[in-house]
Design a protein around this ligand. Structure first.
Ligand SMILES: [Zn+2]
Length: 320
């Protein structure tokens, strides 16, 4: 599969300063009002939104944004914010979509003109709103996120298939399952032991597709050699295919594939430095670069289309 690596321009930070793309500390309504809503109002013929239901707490309306060109050849599903600490992932997705909508990069215009994008900007909407300040995130207790009244941990429990957030998302995908050819779940990490650019692809992904995604990660790794050390956890450096359905590990990838046969990928970037500072121009650029390249691969290649389906019988052993 032919693919030339895409190089995004340097991205703005999300540190709430003059010239920033946003503020890492925004809660969900503020994030939506300040980033997605202005974009939708700017391009009402291209971008629409709809509610997919309320979250577990009942406090927040969950939104899906749909980017629909006049004519399109394929539909791609994208989501982020399953893990609330991973600000750069959901801001990175928003930034990439902004670039596409604004026609800021010539190569992205193919997506603007030919690919419909169905986007859930944040899954753990309660979690990103209640997780506390940036300083609290980065202190030693950063994984101790509060639980809402329904005992849902905003950072981790939204991965389970029982969580209302998951139910809403899967119902939304179900409505569009015949059109969606590929699903993205966008993450980021500050933990270098997780590898350079982590990919999780659905079990049963054909060799050619697997290799195309892995090649992108290898090229990105060569472009950004680590200043610390190259994490070595076998093939987790590049991808894992550990996903098992039903338990929603690696956040939804298994579930989407298991239920719908849709190819799914988790992209997760870092800058190879343990406990790195979140939300900088460097990490935002890495986020946009990783996600943008994998999205372009899916959009630019004809082999990715809605008839591309994983054989769900592979997963029968896990279904009960
Ligand atoms: Zn994550």
């Amino acid at each position: 599969m032919e693919f030339k690596l895409w190089e995004p321009k340097t991205q703005p930070d999300i540190l709430g300063k003059e010239g920033s793309f946003g503020n890492i500390e925004w809660d969900y309504p503020t994030f939506i009002e300040n980033i997605y809503e202005p974009l939708r109002k700017k391009y009402p013929d291209y971008i629409t939104r709809r509610s997919i239901g309320r979250d577990t707490s009942g406090e927040y309306e969950m939104w899906a944004y749909e980017f629909t060109p006049e004519k399109y050849v394929k539909t791609v599903y994208m989501q982020s914010g399953v893990h609330v600490i991973e600000t750069d992932a959901y801001f990175g997705l928003a930034r990439l979509l902004t670039m596409i909508a604004n026609r800021e990069d010539e190569r992205l215009n193919f997506i603007r003109d030919n690919v419909r994008l169905l986007v859930v900007p944040v899954v753990s909407v309660w979690g990103i709103s209640k997780r506390g300040s940036y300083e609290e995130i980065m202190d030693d207790d950063r994984w101790r996120f509060p639980h809402n009244a329904a005992r849902v941990n905003g950072n981790r429990d939204c991965e389970t298939k029982e969580a209302q957030e998951t139910v809403n998302v899967l119902n939304y995908i179900a409505e569009n399952q015949n059109e969606i050819c590929y699903a993205f779940d966008c993450h980021s990490t500050t933990d270098v032991v997780l590898g350079s650019y982590l990919l999780c692809l659905s079990n049963g992904t054909p060799e050619e597709i697997l290799n195309a995604h892995v090649k992108i990660n290898e090229e990105l790794y060569e472009k950004h050699p680590t200043k610390v050390f190259r994490a070595n956890m076998g093939d987790q450096n590049h991808y894992t295919n550990q996903t098992k359905p039903g338990i929603y590990n690696r956040s939804y990838v298994g579930g989407i594939t298991w239920q719908f046969g849709i190819f799914a990928i988790t992209t997760e970037h870092n800058d190879y430095i343990y406990d790195t500072k979140l939300g900088t121009s460097v990490t935002m650029t890495l986020s946009v670069e990783l996600l943008g390249n994998h999205l372009l691969l899916v959009c630019e290649n004809d082999c990715y289309n809605s008839s591309l389906r994983i054989d769900r019988s592979y997963y029968q052993q896990y279904m009960n």
